[in-house]
Design a protein around this ligand. Structure first.
Ligand SMILES: [Zn+2]
Length: 246
């Protein structure tokens, strides 16, 4: 096996170089295959989850990832197109345990972002993605290779300031700031001061007038002390991505 298999050349698009094995980042390279592995298997074995792959071209023509490459074929692996269309609206996300800040920022923008602060494990994440038809966001390539996923996406940065524009640019979700609970992902509804009175500290009762309440966990929201920082996040996201519609 292996040494007598076909030799092909493989070329990853620049957007995929961060994921591809280091030796595959500089342009087309030769690859000896075992003669039975599919394109999909070869691409994943070189470090790139198929969630990140758009078209795969073989000698310039698009082929499915089930194609088994033959001698001297030239394979070009293209990145997924942005904004990416995910069939089966509405667009919803599920984030792994390492992406809590990103989850709260997506919720702040009104984007449906399920997240558990405890680690429920890869099989459970994958089956929730499938059952609830949510796009799984993760920096774990092993998780993104699980076949049962509804859809998935690799998050390219470990910094929330970069993760948010990455996800917004990739999927172009409809933004509806201040409509979702950042704590539980529930939807907010307007609440008047009287109905939430007992839930507020005395100082809050005096100072703030704008209230909303989570329909899922009853948490009360008002224009409070952290508002300026959150408003900046909202303003920047709306300025850059507010016109995009999924
Ligand atoms: Zn809530």
């Amino acid at each position: 096996m292996g040494v007598n298999g076909p030799e092909i050349t493989i070329d990853f698009a620049p957007e995929l170089h961060a994921l591809a094995a280091p030796a595959r980042r500089g342009g087309p390279t030769a690859l000896r295959t075992d003669g039975s592995s599919t394109l999909g298997h070869l691409v994943e074995s070189l470090g790139v989850p198929l969630t990140e792959v758009g078209a795969v071209l073989v000698d310039g023509r698009e082929r499915p990832v089930s194609h088994v490459p033959r001698e001297k074929e030239h394979v070009e692996v293209l990145a997924v197109r942005r904004p990416q269309q995910v069939p089966g609206a509405p667009l919803r996300f599920l984030l792994d345990v390492h992406l809590g800040t990103l989850a709260r920022r997506l919720r702040l923008l009104g984007v449906d972002a399920a997240y558990e602060s405890e680690d429920i494990g890869d099989p459970e994440l994958a089956s929730r993605s499938a059952a609830q038809r949510r796009v799984l966001l993760s920096r774990d390539r092993g998780l993104l290779r699980r076949r049962e996923l509804w859809a998935g996406a690799f998050v390219y940065s470990d910094r929330p300031d970069e993760q948010l524009p990455d996800v917004l640019g990739r999927f172009a979700p409809r933004l509806a700031p201040w409509t979702r609970c950042t704590a539980c992902n529930g939807e907010l509804t307007d609440a008047d001061k009287e109905s939430v009175r007992e839930r507020l500290e005395h100082g809050t009762r005096r100072t703030y007038d704008v209230f909303a309440q989570c329909t899922a966990c009853d948490r009360v929201y008002w224009r409070g002390a952290h508002h300026a920082k959150l408003q900046t996040i909202v303003d920047e996201a709306v300025r850059e991505f507010g016109d995009a519609v999924a």
